[in-house]
Design a binder for this molecule. Sequence first.
Ligand SMILES: Nc1ncnc2c1ncn2[C@@H]1O[C@H](COP(=O)(O)OP(=O)(O)O)[C@@H](O)[C@H]1O
Ligand SMILES: Cc1cn([C@H]2C[C@H](O)[C@@H](COP(=O)(O)OP(=O)(O)O)O2)c(=O)[nH]c1=O
Length: 202
Amino acid sequence: MASGKFITFEGIDGAGKSTHIPFVAEQLRAAGRSIVTTREPGGTELGEALRNLLLHQKMHLETEAMLMFASRREHLAQVIEPALARGDWVISDRFTDASFAYQGGGRHLSLDKLNRLEQWVHPHMQPDLTLLFDVPLEVARARLDAERTPDKFEREKADFFADTRAEYLRRAAEFPERFRVIDSTRSIAEIQLELKDLLAVL
Ligand SMILES: Nc1ncnc2c1ncn2[C@@H]1O[C@H](COP(=O)(O)OP(=O)(O)O)[C@@H](O)[C@H]1O
Ligand SMILES: Cc1cn([C@H]2C[C@H](O)[C@@H](COP(=O)(O)OP(=O)(O)O)O2)c(=O)[nH]c1=O
């Protein structure tokens, strides 16, 4: 059976990950791959409705974590798994690592509870490649301030993002076979050169 690859983009808000998704998709299309780009929370009609609630509504931390995984369950069933089965490659702006980093690292939900949700929703699948765009908080904050009206997560304090970033880096060290940490303080052009090299060996 045909099987595509699943690539996820991660990083704290303002790290610059969304900037690079069109570039990576274009490189892979030029190499003859069929590409689906998507995002979390979201990626389906229901998921986008959940995203709207998640980004703007106050809620209990466990409700937030469960809705992230509910959105993900729908996303896997409707978008990710069918695309991979067709042989397409899927690029997702965030996936489960974001739940560990934000709800676990940032908000201190127990990693055990997150592991159990992960085991429930996707016990046997992990991304083939996770690109972690890493920047110090001040850099991310300056990029966001220059750009947009903050949502619920982007209004969080520095400590929240320090803990979120630390959990991302901890996971990158725990799963080195699929993570690549990109120093995102560099210029967009420099980062694209590194991405080209990374994609060439996929
Ligand atoms: N390497 C970079 N150098 C300078 N500015 C950047 C860089 N990467 C992204 N930006 C800018 O920073 C802002 C946030 O980038 P974005 O890709 O939306 O971040 P994220 O998806 O990680 O939240 C945007 O205005 C973008 O143009
Ligand atoms: C997927 C996911 C996202 N998030 C958060 C991270 C982001 O702050 C927010 C939305 O992500 P994102 O789409 O990256 O926001 P933006 O387009 O504004 O950069 O949701 C979680 O807290 N847990 C999750 O599991």
